[in-house]
Design a protein around this ligand. Structure first.
Ligand code: BGC
Length: 456
């Protein structure tokens, strides 16, 4: 643990970490479902004789489901609690995995991908939020980012799973059966997530807001020790009294700024183009002169680098802070996208282009990947956290949908060089937006962050 990472007066860091880890399994499902389609898609296309529009829809249906899921996740979690909402997410994901694997009809396939997507959307916002609400301030960044670590671990693992399944049988077997295994294996993390969730406690902050003080205190005591728990419960009390429950509060000047930061960063996380690499990497690498080994490169390099740099981010986030990492990351993203754009412009290919694409992935993994989800989970006040973080993450998923739909069209119309230039300009905007508007939240308690908005 980092300096000062141990909660004082008998708190139980191991317990907090374990609970966070359980919630983070939600991220594993997120990563799994994001990546699984890239391996299954060519076989699905053949099985159901899909047009290219339908291929796009097979990829995008999950994202549409996720946008729907995040849309009502906030209301559900403010009403029924964080834990029940996460259980629902696990259930939907599991149902989506089983049925999308066994159907024989493309419309049903899409329906079950959307159902799974709703689960992914819910857990993408609720898992970080739940962790933020139970974590001690000093290690909150790292614990919440465990969720993103799980996302990229899911992506990495599924690349291998897809390769393994595809190599297991003939092409005809893959068209009839292989893709079913790829999607169906999702049932394993889905069920594990569901069962693990049964043993974690409800968020004490949520319980407190429901007036269930004794239960809240008991859990806080277990998480941070008696002395800290007493202080904490007092702070939550004040924040609940002052805030009131109205969503209109979100539009008051101080909170409006918090909402603006959440929504703009959410959109920028996607509009800077990460998923163009995640979803279309083999094509991009081919254009950059990587030859035929593209799926291996994708598996080992993109997945591996994403994973390694997410771990580095976890290590740094509570030490150097969110803002510094976002600034360094967005600056490096701008530079690498600029170079890639220039390389496509002059028609140059080769390893050095590949290097800058990977630098972009590394810079994203250390900054916008984990930190945007972290900021969405921690900047909003207790009373409106559920709803406000939903608004930010709906924006993120809608931006994901638009960018992933637009990317192939942009390549065909304005070409790769200009497309990457646009991503680069948006990364530069992310840099200046962070510099001018985003506050540092490292080491502050959620209630201290809440007070920052009152002063602004
Ligand atoms: C983003 C995803 C992306 C993933 C890549 C996440 O933070 O929200 O859209 O696919 O990072 O690692």
């Amino acid at each position: 643990m980092a300096n000062g990472a141990e909660p004082k007066s008998g708190g139980n860091t191991k317990f907090v970490s374990l609970v966070s880890l359980v919630a983070a399994v939600g991220g594993l499902l997120f990563g799994y479902d994001t990546a699984v389609i890239s391996g299954a898609i060519q076989f699905l296309q053949e099985k159901f004789s899909l047009s290219s529009f339908m291929v796009g829809w097979a990829v995008a249906s999950l994202i549409v489901g996720a946008a729907i899921g995040t849309g009502f996740a906030g209301k559900l979690s403010d009403r029924f609690g964080r834990k029940k909402t996460l259980l629902l997410a696990a259930l939907l994901f599991t149902v989506g995995s089983i049925f999308s694997a066994i159907v024989n009809n493309f419309t049903l396939f899409i329906i079950f991908r959307i159902i799974g997507g709703i689960g992914i959307g819910i857990s993408s916002v609720q898992a970080p939020l739940y962790i933020a609400e139970i974590a001690p301030s000093k290690i909150r960044g790292r614990l919440v980012s465990l969720n993103q670590l799980a996302v990229v671990t899911g992506i990495f693992a599924v690349y291998f799973l897809n390769l393994g399944i595809a190599n297991h049988g003939s092409h005809a077997w893959n068209v009839s059966t292989g893709w079913r295994w790829m999607l169906g294996f999702g049932v394993i993390p889905g069920v594990i997530f569901f069962l693990l969730l049964l043993i974690v406690p409800e968020s004490p902050r949520w319980l407190q807001l429901q007036g269930r003080k004794d239960e809240a205190f008991k859990i806080l005591k277990k998480l941070m020790g008696e002395e800290e728990a007493k202080k904490e419960i007092g702070k939550i009390d004040t924040s609940a009294d002052e805030e009131g429950s109205s969503i209109k509060k979100l539009l008051k000047p101080g909170l409006r700024k918090a909402l603006l930061i959440g929504v703009v960063l959410a959109i920028l996380q996607q509009a800077t183009g990460i998923n163009s690499i995640m979803y279309y990497a083999p094509e991009i690498f081919k254009n950059a002169g990587a030859g035929d080994n593209t799926s291996l490169i994708q598996t080992v390099l993109v997945g591996g680098i994403n994973l390694v740099f997410t771990i580095i981010s976890l290590w740094l986030v509570d030490r150097v802070g969110r803002k510094v990492l976002l600034l360094i990351g967005s600056a490096l993203m701008t530079i690498s996208l600029g170079v890639v754009s220039y390389a496509f412009h002059i028609g140059s290919t080769g390893t050095w282009v590949l290097f800058f694409i990977l630098l972009f992935v590394a810079a994203f993994a250390v900054s916008m990947g984990p930190i945007v989800w972290l900021i969405i989970a921690e900047i909003f006040p207790n009373r409106v956290r559920g709803v406000a973080s939903s608004i930010a993450s709906v924006s993120l998923w809608l931006a994901d949908f638009l960018v992933s739909q637009a990317f192939p069209v942009l390549l065909d119309t304005i070409g790769s060089s200009l497309t990457f230039l646009i991503f680069g300009v948006l990364s530069a905007f992310a840099f200046f937006f962070t510099l001018g508007v985003v506050p540092e939240t490292k080491g502050k308690s959620l209630e201290e962050i809440e007070n920052m908005w009152k002063q602004s």
